[in-house]
Design a protein around this ligand. Sequence first.
Ligand SMILES: Nc1ncnc2c1ncn2[C@@H]1O[C@H](COP(=O)(O)OP(=O)(O)OP(=O)(O)O)[C@@H](O)[C@H]1O
Ligand SMILES: [Mg+2]
Ligand SMILES: [Zn+2]
Length: 486
Amino acid sequence: MASVAPPRHGSNSFRIHEDVPSTEDTQMNEDVEHGDHDHDEDPEEETEEQVEDQQEQEYPESEASESSEDDGVVDGNILHDMEKLQSAIPGFRNQYRLIKRIGEGTFSTVYKAEDLAYDRFDNSWDMEKDNEKWTPPPLKSFSTQSTATLDHTQRRRKPKYVAIKKIYVTSSPTRILNELELLHDLRDCQSVCPLITAFRQTDQVVAILPYFRHADFRQYFRKMTVPDMAIYLKSLFTALSSVHANGILHRDIKPTNFLYDPASRRGVLVDFGLAEREGGTHCICHDDPVARKTRLRAALHSSSAPHNGFPKQDTRPSRRANRAGTRGFRAPEVLFKCTQQTTKIDIWSVGVILLTILSRRFPFFNSADDVEAMIEIATIFGQKRMRAAGILHGCMFDSNIPTIGQVGFSLERIILWSTCRDNGEKLSDDEKKAVEFLGRCLELDPSKRISADEALEHDFMKLGDRVDGSGPEDDDMDILNPVYEI
Ligand SMILES: Nc1ncnc2c1ncn2[C@@H]1O[C@H](COP(=O)(O)OP(=O)(O)OP(=O)(O)O)[C@@H](O)[C@H]1O
Ligand SMILES: [Mg+2]
Ligand SMILES: [Zn+2]
């Protein structure tokens, strides 16, 4: 690595590399710090509703998660798309060798590629670079791809892999810029996948990220022991602690957005496509309880709506709030359209992941829309607590569905049922600790819900120390080390 090489992600404010009026072979990265912001307002920008609809995706998850198998045979259609991508960005072939598609999400297609120009840049994001030894070149060669001529030294180095996120051209420029800017702001955060660089050519934006080996959640979550869960969550909360310290809400915490490698027990948080800075307009959930009660009473008395039942024609203006996220992972305050959502919405989603692992059921929540999602939550927590949760944000929750009881069920009961232990069997001591922790993540009141920092200090996390190689001495290791394959 030459010391004069330009950094691919610098400390200045984030700039997308602009397309240059040039031919196919123009080098892409040379002036990465000098491009202009792609900042034009899009007159046809997606509305909030569209964003929500787009993100209303069904589980099962995409074929996104993969286990880093070797370069294999690539399907003809995918090859065609890869070819298109390589031709769309000038100089692409000199920099990257596309290997395969590793993910197809709502907003992007992600490819695995070899970073051919690695040696020409300052790769401060790559924590592995110093402990690298010479390794023989890979045995398999990928002949279907056209690659740039590699020099001798490059061939002798362990190949360096990147993930290339090709953002769909239908995404609004504001959204794309938001994702890249937030990633840039979070570049030094532990367990958050850093952004190496990004390119734009006309309406096509691609983000380049280090490639992280990871396994499909569905393949490992049923085999996880409670200490395994603690290690998994420690990694995820480490990422969230830094994200939240920066005042950023991820908004889409779910298994496919946390790339975890059970072999090395490391994970990184990806996909800041829906992330946003904390803010919003005032909601009464942020008032002190006495002031909130007074305001609610006053509102109830002045309301012309009938106090029992629902108005036939509701003339009240509809409430608007950011509801972006994935079905089944939305916090109650998101469902109640709280206008001042906080980082605690991410903690709820982590709770849903833990509930999934403990119950061995995926997806755990399977609602078609937000009303069904409320019903699912109310079935567990009971009508009384759900009503209190709604009132926090000035919403009334009521239902005459017979399966929603007044008090609901304990989480312990839910786990026992879903793991078919309803014959008097008890949870193990470790499971009890996990369920107690789960209760802290699934607090209906966001102000009472545990924070990422508190979670990292919780006794439950200590269970992970029992597993070999995950003790405190390991904590100092930078969890961001990408795992490269030979
Ligand atoms: N750095 C990376 N290393 C390895 N794989 C990655 C990386 N980034 C993304 N992926 C793969 O691509 C998938 C999709 O990425 P990402 O979540 O960023 O895109 P998306 O279009 O927003 O997806 P979705 O809408 O499904 O959430 C991930 O689930 C993961 O499997
Ligand atoms: Mg995703
Ligand atoms: Zn609120």
